[in-house]
Design a protein around this ligand. Sequence first.
Ligand code: NAD
Ligand code: SF4
Length: 441
Amino acid sequence: MAAKVLLKNDHIEGIRYYDTYRKHGGYEAAEKALKMAQADIVEEVKKSGLRGRGGAGFPTGMKWSFLAKPDGVPRHLVCNADESEPGTFKDRYLMEFHPHILIEGLLISSFALGSNATYIYIRGEYAWIVNILEEAIDEAKKAGWLGKNIQGTGFDCEIYVHRGAGAYICGEETALIESLEGKRGNPRMKPPFPAIQGLWMRPTVVNNVETLAAVVPIINMGGEEYAKIGVGRSTGSKLLSVCGNVNKPGVYEIDMTISVEEFIYSDEYCGGIPNGKRLKACIPGGSSVPIVPANLLFKTAKGETRYMNYESLSDGGFATGTMMGSGGFIVLDEDQCIVRHTMTLARFYNHESCGQCSPCREGTGWMYKILKNIEGGKGKMSDIGLLWDIQRRIEGNTICPLGDAAAWPVAAAIRHFRDEFEWHVNNPEESQRRNYGLAHY
Ligand code: NAD
Ligand code: SF4
């Protein structure tokens, strides 16, 4: 079902501005939260069952309760707005058109966690959104929601917007922290997790934009009511950014009870595949999650309907399922070449690897070169096995999840579409002829 939670005021002109946002119930959750005990806000978030919307789906209330509170050491909240996962643009939508729900969520969360200096780390390419956020922060400050002694509570909080410089890896929370500290964005080993040692080695919570915005409806309706939206451990609403071969690309809010089939074919959402083409495959959670062929997309391995939620999408593990990930929903029709698609992703991960760990630094390059050869009609049958072997040696052997994210798409493509790889090897001339755009790579 369509959900109207984060985007419930999407139709209201000027909702981007403070006065309009306030007139339509904005900052009522903040008013309520500032009268609550900090621990009670954390409890509401726990009760809501909210899971991190950046991709990992880690329970937000649990993450908040891990935050260390050593005496005299400042704590920080950092909003991860470095949305760079290919296919993912839902945070962009929230920040561009609903900046105040994020600012309000940040204020409530900062109060709950005791962060007096809170940061929004935004991807460099979202330059125009920096102005939108800073304008919203100025408006909120003028209205007394930020700065010193907020609404007479004695609580001080400033929000700073920090623009990244275009590296995908800075979306990984510890690389983001390094970058925020002014260093090269290299991921750190975990543990220690940021909740213990984060920004400037102080206890830090890093949450995604959508996660922090969701704190507003949670406080407004109460954690238990929020948890009633959705199903099982997939509570609340979820934003999805849709792209690829669909009639209606865009950003949608769902309540996670809708089936994958309905999501793709109903006019309320993707509106089906253009030109009557057949569906070939889908990547439902951004480029880092495994691709699923059409025959496994609508039904789980047990023959049950597959739904758009964390549990159902991952049912069957990677053999037949995938992940909810960041909600970047990419649809491929029958004309798309899986080998070419996989090669493009491999090139991306190779380019974005920070180079700290050998399996990722070297392996992503090897995978890209082998895929480029196969796609261009210069591959050997043994290359497919070699590719499989390389991805296996990357997965689980690196400092940060970029290694896994590079390995999984290759593994899933070979697992489900081996015949396409073999076709390229067996048809070198046709592969070269179809290889119209290789020069761009
Ligand atoms: P993760 O599973 O390592 O961690 C999830 C969160 O929980 C982190 O904040 C971590 O600090 C915290 N955590 C986990 N265990 C903890 C513990 N014991 N104590 C305290 N805190 C703990 O995953 P991740 O690296 O945060 O995210 C990986 C995901 O990011 C991938 O699944 C991918 O989908 C997604 N991703 C999203 C984008 C995007 O643009 N939105 C870009 C790249 C990747
Ligand atoms: Fe860097 Fe890749 Fe290692 Fe992550 S997995 S730390 S991106 S080399």
